[in-house]
Write a protein that binds this ligand. Structure first.
Ligand code: FES
Length: 104
């Protein structure tokens, strides 16, 4: 188990034991304060939108064009926005800090 730090919509930070080898979304969707992930990770809904802490965002693989296009449709998009279903949670990401974005 590997640590994730998750800030919920109320601004409360939680430390969560995450599973590596699956996506961040899959780690987040079972939390009461996590993401809805309506499309199940097909990069089609954006209900897995998160903000990645500035310290971490540069360590992630760059988003594919499908992810960038979908994020571009969001009014809540920020420079550090990512779709958590497109990020594989690996041991190298232990301690990553993310904030859940509000659904649109
Ligand atoms: S779960 Fe739908 S885009 Fe990520």
């Amino acid at each position: 188990m590997t640590l994730l730090r998750v800030i919920d919509l109320d601004g409360t930070e939680h430390e969560v034991e995450g599973r590596t080898g699956i996506t961040l979304m899959e780690n987040l969707r079972d939390l009461d304060y996590g993401v809805a992930a309506v499309c199940g990770g097909m990069c089609a809904c954006a209900t897995c939108h998160v903000y990645v802490d500035a310290e971490w965002v540069g360590r992630l693989a760059a988003p594919h064009s499908d992810e960038t296009d979908l994020l571009g449709d969001l009014a809540t998009r920020r420079a550090n926005s990512r779709l958590s279903c497109q990020i594989k949670f690996t041991p190298e990401l232990a301690g990553i800090k993310i904030e859940i974005a509000a659904d649109e």
